[in-house]
Design a protein around this ligand. Structure first.
Ligand code: URA
Length: 300
């Protein structure tokens, strides 16, 4: 056990000047720091802020095992955990390396950009799309593909992304899939010029790969604004990419077909992509059903 003189010495070294055991009243004892003297043969105990360098290796009379690591370190026990002796790293090592101000700035820039696009007229939107450099597709495109057709159409067709031919000509659905789409539209009495046709992406993904989520997200304000400007009565989403991105779903087109959806309040009919129908013509009957559903909604 520590004798009283040692105890006072350590308390004093820790900066505790008036410590009383629970059963001792103030009148019984008041520790006066000036009277404290180091115990004989004691290794020096240094308590230095902020490094908390507790360099004592041995404390005569200490019992060891009934102390916690910290208290044994403070009383100078032999098995001081090494980290207690280590000086803390300089303050700037604690400071976050992430600049949260940068994040906030980027987030508010995105919000600003979205609200700017949401306020554009047709001309402004066309220019904004043509100048867009928001993702890497801007580096590989030949042309942006804005969308085409009647800007006051009742029916809006939304596809996936431009392919090679669309990228070359700057117009959506002008390849083989586009020809089939034209035929389908004629079958319901609507020429291509009477609907508005757009895509989830305005730029072609290289090698016709699937659009990436971040690309679709960056392009979304353009399509959103186009829908808001056209104000169609019905949207026909053709293919998985269009349906999933528009409706924030991960379901297969086969499961989404025939269900009621809406995009910001506009009814959406989900159907197969014409390119898929070219590969799987046996699905054309289902596609025809979907077109009939769209016509019913248009009439309603
Ligand atoms: N496929 C689409 O989804 N969009 C086009 O513009 C062309 C092919």
């Amino acid at each position: 056990m520590m004798d009283e003189q040692q105890r006072r010495y350590y308390l004093n070294a820790m900066g505790i000047e008036n410590w009383l055991p629970r059963d001792m009243s103030v009148s019984d004892e008041v520790i006066a720091p000036a009277e404290v003297v180091p115990p004989e043969e004691e290794t020096e105990v240094v308590v230095s802020a902020p490094a908390m360098n507790l360099n004592s290796s041995h404390s005569p009379g200490s019992t060891g095992e009934q102390h916690s690591e910290v208290s044994s370190a403070m009383t100078g026990d032999a098995d001081i955990p090494p980290w207690l002796n280590e000086a803390p790293p300089p303050l700037d090592e604690y400071s976050p390396t992430i600049d949260y101000a940068d994040y906030a700035e980027e987030a508010s820039a995105k919000t600003d950009e979205r609200s700017l696009i949401a306020g554009l007229d047709w001309r402004g939107l066309e220019v904004k799309v043509a100048e867009c450099q928001s993702c890497e597709l801007s580096g590989t495109r030949s042309n942006t593909v804005f969308g085409v057709g009647d800007r006051e159409a009742d029916l809006m067709i939304i596809g996936e992304a431009p392919g090679a031919e669309e990228d070359r000509r700057g117009e959506p659905f002008v390849g083989r899939a586009g020809q089939l789409l034209n035929t389908m539209l004629q079958a319901i009495g609507l020429g291509r010029e009477r609907v508005f046709i757009a895509n989830i992406l305005k730029c072609r993904p290289p090698d016709n790969r699937d659009p990436r989520a971040e690309e679709a997200l960056k392009c979304e304000p353009f399509l959103m604004r186009q829908v808001a400007l056209v104000k169609p009565k019905v949207i026909l989403a053709v293919g998985r990419v269009a349906a999933q991105n528009l409706l924030k779903s991960s379901e297969a087109v086969g499961r989404m077909r025939g269900r009621d959806y809406n995009y910001n309040g506009t009814p959406v009919v989900v159907s197969y992509h014409p390119a898929y129908l070219l590969r799987s013509p046996e699905q054309k009957a289902k596609s025809w059903q979907d077109l009939q559903r769209a016509v019913t909604l248009l009439k309603g």
